[in-house]
Design a protein around this ligand. Structure first.
Ligand SMILES: [Zn+2]
Length: 247
């Protein structure tokens, strides 16, 4: 039987029968797959950590029809740092939920995989949690093909503005002459923030000015993603909203 060596991160682990689990794993090579982990609930099983949610590992799998079976694996990162902070747990869950809702099963996307792993890595290194979440959201929606137009007015293409507005439905920035009833006014600091989270890499997160109301942007970005992909709002986002006080 063919062996598949896939690098992946466990999104979900659901009990199956007395001793097994069915995992949802996002892999770099094959996208989101279902994996049967037989016997892992057995206390003697050495694979228990391998099949925990948030674990990133090199999985050794066999495949029968559309299902993969765990043969073995080696943990790359257990991401235990996430478990000691409830905000980090929900932010990571939002990463997972957005990916699961916007990608098809078995749809490979290495760029999104690498973005996810990097986002989780920076949740450990930095305490700018909402900045990281906003960066993830604007980057993933751009990768998915809905990059917001930020450097000129969507309507007239001019690059100098007296006032700046963001429009979900027009997919970017509108100037003072083309604003309409359903766009959101941004001041210049906010505009700069929006541009920064789009173009900056996580390595430069410290130069992003997060004195603006970042929750306002979290809401804008979630609505922007919903508008373009027509996904439903994940419960993880609803819970985080309550935790951090977004109405
Ligand atoms: Zn304009």
């Amino acid at each position: 039987m063919a062996i598949y060596n896939l690098r992946g991160i466990v999104f979900r682990a659901v009990d199956y029968g007395e001793t097994s689990k069915i995992l949802t794993v996002f892999t770099r090579e094959e996208g989101i797959i279902s994996v049967m982990a037989r016997g892992v609930k057995n206390p003697k099983s050495k694979k228990q950590n391998l099949v925990s949610v948030f674990t990133e590992a090199n999985f050794e799998l066999t495949k029968l029809k559309d299902f993969y079976y765990i043969k073995d694996g080696e943990i790359i990162k257990d991401n235990l740092h996430l478990r000691n902070n409830i905000i980090k747990i929900y932010i990571t869950q939002i990463f997972f939920d957005i990916i699961e809702r916007t990608m098809f099963k078995n749809e490979k996307n290495e760029i999104i995989y690498d973005l996810l792993i990097k986002s989780i890595h920076y949740l450990n290194l930095s305490n700018k949690y909402i900045t990281i979440l906003n960066m993830f959201l604007i980057k993933i929606i751009s990768i998915l093909g809905y990059k917001p137009v930020l450097f000129n007015c969507v309507a007239c293409r001019k690059k100098k503005f007296k006032e700046i507005f963001f429009s979900e439905s027009r997919g970017g920035i509108l100037c003072e002459d083309h604003q309409n009833h359903d766009c959101i006014r941004l001041d210049f600091l906010e505009y700069e923030y929006l541009c920064s989270i789009l173009v900056q890499i996580y390595e430069k997160i410290d130069i992003i000015d997060n004195k603006v109301d970042e929750k306002k942007f979290l809401k804008i970005l979630i609505n922007f993603i919903r508008y373009n992909t027509e996904i439903s709002v994940p419960n993880s986002y609803k819970t985080l909203s309550k935790l951090i006080g977004i109405s």
